[in-house]
Design a protein. Structure first.
Length: 132
């Protein structure tokens, strides 16, 4: 089954004091603050293909959004046996905001996988006529 390339669309954005979270239909970006956005502003990028799950984490009284994702390939190209994953954590100022961001990311990821399961539209699509 071939998958059609779907355009990337904007789903949500959350502005923090020290960074911004941009949630799209294919990837989530954590961006440094600034008046314009370029590739250098991205300090964490996670594609939904690589994301296992997103959850709220607490450590030493601080709240974080934790993204469990596939580990980046090593330069050697040698596969390591077992499940390889990374768990980057981003500090969030309040638990309610961490919950909101986590829900938005998980929702966008579920939409992404739903789109992957859909059959691509056909150019010569036959329409099913229902007769009563």
């Amino acid at each position: 089954m071939t998958t059609a390339t779907l355009p990337c669309s904007f789903i949500a954005v959350e502005q923090m004091d020290t960074y911004c979270v941009l949630i799209s239909s294919r990837v989530v970006y954590f961006l440094k603050p600034g008046y314009y956005v370029d590739r250098d502003a991205i300090f964490l990028e996670v594609k939904y293909d690589d994301l296992y799950h997103c959850l709220v984490s607490r450590d030493h009284g601080k709240v974080y959004v934790q993204l469990t994702k596939k580990a980046d390939n090593t330069s050697s190209g040698v596969a390591i046996p077992g499940t390889s994953h990374q768990k980057p954590m981003v500090h969030v100022k309040s638990e309610s905001l961490a919950v909101k961001i986590t829900q938005e990311i998980n929702y966008a990821k579920s939409l992404y996988y739903e789109q992957q399961l859909m059959l691509p539209p056909s150019e010569n699509e036959d329409y099913l006529l229902l007769e009563s």
